[in-house]
Design a protein around this ligand. Structure first.
Ligand code: AMP
Ligand code: MN
Ligand code: MN
Length: 324
C-alpha cells in the first residue's frame, strides 16, 4: 500500500492536466467521489476535467462540482483517474476511446479487475467515498466542506442511508467527521435519497403494476414504452429496486429495465448472505454480494426468463451463500 501511495503521489506531482471519470448511469457514490477527487486536485493547483458519460442526474446537481461535469472526454491529458468503476467499460468508454490508459483506479467493488496502473480497491469499503476518505491524508488532499459534502453523499447513497449490513462504527465515525467539516447530512439525505420527481413516481407506478413473485424471487420490469408514456428522462429504474427490496418474503429481488438497442439492464438485491455478484458476473456485469447489476443483450421477455431461471438455481446453492 505504501508503495502504491508513493507511486500515486509521484504521478500526481508530475501531472498538470488530469481527467477524472466515474461510471455510466452514475449513482451518488460515482458523482460524489468524482467531484471530491476533482475539487481536491484542483485545490492543489491542477487543471482538472470531470467526466460522466451520462452526465449528472438531476438529484445530484446540488453537489459542489456537479456544474462542471462534462459528458465528452478530452482527447489528451497527463493523468486519467477512474472512481467507482469495477471495469474500464463501466466508464461508458472502451480503452481505445479513452485519452490514455487508466492511471489511478479508486473503487470498492469485489469484482474490480484492477485495470489501473495503480489500483486502490478496497472491497470492504461501503463506498468509493470511504476509500477516498482513507487515502486523502496519505495522498496529501485536504477535505474541505465541498469535498466533505460529496464524500458524505457517496456514503449515504451506497449504504441507502446507513442501512446496509456492511455499515460499521468506522463508517459512522467517518460520517460524523464529514459533518464536522461542514457536510449538511439532512440536506444530503433529503436530496439524494428521499426526494422523487413526479414523473419518477409515475414511472415507479408502471413497474409496480407488473410486480411478480415466486420461489423466493420478486421482480418487476420497466419498458422503453413506460419511459415514453410518463416522460421519464433517464434510462435507469429511478431507484425502484430499493423500494422493491423492502418488500418482505423475497430472498432475491430483481428489476429488468429495457434499454434501446436490444439490451436489458438487470439489478439484483439479495438477503441472507446470498452472493448475487457472482451471478451478475456470469451475465457480464458485477457488483457486491448483496447488490449487483449487469447489462444483458436480448429482448426483455427472453432476458427476464433466462435471468430468473439462473437466479432460481443459486437459491438452493451453498456455494453462493458464502459457505466455503
Ligand atoms: P445497480 O443494480 O445498477 O444499482 O448496481 C448494483 C451494483 O452492481 C453497483 O455496485 C454497481 O456498480 C454494480 N453494477 C451494476 N451494473 C453493472 C455492470 N453492468 N457491470 C458491473 N457492475 C455493475
Ligand atoms: Mn456506483
Ligand atoms: Mn460505489
Amino acid at each position: 500500500m505504501r508503495d502504491e501511495i508513493d507511486q500515486a503521489q509521484a504521478l500526481l506531482e508530475r501531472a498538470d492536466t488530469i481527467v477524472v471519470i466515474g461510471h455510466e448511469r452514475p449513482d451518488g457514490d460515482a458523482v460524489g467521489s468524482l467531484n471530491a477527487v476533482a475539487i481536491g486536485l484542483e485545490n492543489t493547483g491542477k487543471q482538472v476535467t470531470s467526466v460522466l458519460a451520462d452526465g449528472v442526474p438531476r438529484r445530484f446537481l446540488f453537489l459542489p462540482g456537479a456544474e462542471r461535469v462534462q459528458q465528452t472526454i478530452p482527447t489528451e491529458c497527463d493523468l486519467l483517474i477512474a472512481v467507482d468503476c469495477s471495469a474500464i467499460e463501466r466508464t461508458g468508454y472502451d480503452l481505445e476511446s479513452l485519452p490514455r490508459g487508466i492511471d489511478l483506479n479508486f473503487d470498492h467493488h469485489p469484482t474490480n479487475n484492477h485495470f489501473g496502473a495503480i489500483n486502490f480497491v478496497e472491497p470492504h469499503a461501503v463506498a468509493t467515498a470511504e476509500v477516498l476518505f482513507d487515502l486523502s491524508a496519505p495522498l496529501g488532499l485536504q477535505i474541505d466542506t465541498d469535498i466533505a459534502t460529496n464524500l458524505l453523499t457517496g456514503l449515504v447513497t451506497d449504504t441507502i442511508g446507513f442501512r446496509t449490513s456492511n455499515v460499521t462504527p468506522k463508517v459512522l465515525r467517518m460520517a460524523a467527521q464529514l459533518i464536522e467539516l461542514g457536510a449538511p447530512l439532512a440536506e444530503v439525505y433529503e436530496r439524494s435519497l428521499n426526494q422523487r420527481s413526479f414523473v419518477a413516481a409515475r414511472y415507479w407506478g408502471c413497474g409496480l403494476s407488473r410486480l411478480e413473485r415466486d420461489d423466493g424471487l420478486l421482480w418487476a420490469s420497466l419498458t422503453l414504452e413506460d419511459r415514453k408514456s410518463v416522460g421519464y428522462p433517464g434510462r435507469d429504474d429511478a431507484d425502484l429496486i430499493n423500494l422493491l427490496s423492502t418488500i418482505e418474503s423475497a430472498e432475491v429481488t430483481l428489476i429488468f429495465v429495457e434499454q434501446s438497442e436490444g439490451k436489458v439492464k438487470v439489478s439484483w438485491r439479495s438477503r441472507n448472505g446470498l452472493n448475487v455478484a457472482r451471478l451478475a458476473n456470469a451475465f457480464g456485469g458485477g457488483g457486491h454480494e448483496q447488490a449487483a447489476g449487469a447489462m444483458v443483450a436480448g429482448e426483455l421477455d427472453e432476458v427476464r426468463a433466462r435471468v430468473l431461471s439462473a437466479t432460481r438455481k443459486i437459491l438452493g446453492s451453498n456455494q453462493d451463500r458464502g459457505v466455503k
